[in-house]
Write a protein that binds this ligand. Structure first.
Ligand SMILES: Cc1cc2nc3c(=O)[nH]c(=O)nc-3n(C[C@H](O)[C@H](O)[C@H](O)COP(=O)(O)O)c2cc1C
Length: 330
């Protein structure tokens, strides 16, 4: 039986739904090539941060790149000095990555405020990116900024980026919105073509003896997937946007679940840092075997089959099952 693993995402046809997500492996041309060789359907480059362009304090970027990786990931962390890669070097990186591989290369901008820095969206398009991912990694701390103000600011940024580019635009989101479905609809009106669910928030710990905050970057595991599954399942019947899962995809079965919940593609970062780029081939094999065993002939027939509208027991995704669940505790 023939099996069609291709998927449409952000208006692009991907040979399969496995996307190498933004992170250290996509900051390096050798690992980018290795990711393509292992079967990546697309590659998201690590982000260019608003702070790198404006010269302000590097907030989120420091969490992601400003410390030694855990022992498990050490061998696969390429030697990346993220801060040596200024905005111009980033544009060169986009060009080189585009020339190095045949799969779509997605640029990534990471920021939260409107401003002149947004013109880098156009420069990333001109450097050859097939699409742009805008990461809205935002940590509101000002009680004077209510949820409407926060959402208006983020939507304004999305509109500005949309106006600057003509390539597809996806928006990487936090799970923390009062009404995610309503915000996603607003993103659609602002010109987004897709969303990525979700950012992981990097939580500082407290060192009790030194009385200092400790930066911790724990890689994910599959236990982070169900948060994504729920919201993919809720959103996929009600939005025309391309949906990508990010967070907790480590094995073939994780990818299959996300696709069933409604994802068009899934991104992997921690799994590839832990096991190396070649792990993508293993994930693809696991998916292929399961799909053939269960007589699926394409990703399209699988996609959304367990979303809120199509699963046999939608209450599990909703509040209605909440009391029953608590009662089932042994
Ligand atoms: C070391 C590291 C660096 C990352 N750098 C970026 C980045 O530059 N831009 C971005 O949008 N996400 C970045 N991420 C977040 C990942 O793209 C991804 O959303 C997150 O790790 C969850 O996926 P995972 O469970 O597959 O790791 C980074 C993650 C890690 C672990």
């Amino acid at each position: 039986m023939s099996l069609d693993l291709s998927t449409r995402c952000l208006g692009l046809t991907l040979a399969n739904p496995l996307v190498a997500g933004a992170g250290p492996l996509t900051a390096n041309l050798d690992t980018i090539r290795a990711l393509e060789d292992a079967g990546a359907g697309a590659i998201v480059l690590r982000s260019l941060f608003e702070e790198q362009i404006t010269g302000r304090e590097l907030g989120a970027a420091k969490h992601l790149y400003g410390h030694a990786p855990s022992a498990e990931a050490q061998s696969w962390f390429p030697d990346v000095d993220a801060f040596a890669l200024g905005p111009d070097e980033y544009l060169e990186h986009v060009q080189r990555a585009r020339a190095a591989v045949r799969v779509p290369v997605i640029g990534s901008l990471n920021g939260t405020t409107r401003g002149g820095w947004v013109h880098y969206a156009r420069l990333i398009e001109e450097a050859g990116a097939s699409a742009l991912e805008l990461n809205l990694y935002d940590v509101p701390t000002d009680p004077a900024a209510d949820s409407i103000a926060v959402e208006d600011r983020l939507l304004g940024l999305v509109r500005d980026v949309r106006a600057a580019i003509s390539i597809p635009l996806s928006v990487k989101l936090s799970p923390f919105f009062s009404s995610l479905p309503a915000f996603v609809r607003e993103l659609e009106h602002a010109g987004a073509n897709g969303i990525v669910l979700f950012n992981r928030f990097y939580q500082p710990d407290i060192d009790l003896e030194a009385l200092e905050l400790q930066r911790t970057l724990r890689l994910s595991d599959s236990s982070e997937l169900p948060l994504r599954l729920r919201w993919l399942a809720v959103l996929s019947p009600i939005t025309p946007l391309s949906l990508q899962a990010s967070g907790g995809v480590h094995h073939g079965r994780d990818a299959l679940k996300a696709l069933m919940a409604g994802a068009h593609a899934v991104q992997l970062v921690s799994a590839l840092l832990q096991r190396g780029p070649g792990h993508l081939a293993q994930v693809l094999t696991e998916m292929r075997e399961w799909l053939l065993e269960h007589e699926y002939d394409s990703i399209e027939t699988l996609r959304g089959s367990m979303n809120l509208k199509r699963c046999p027991d939608p209450a599990h995704y909703e509040r209605s099952n909440y009391m029953a669940l608590l009662g089932s505790w042994q």
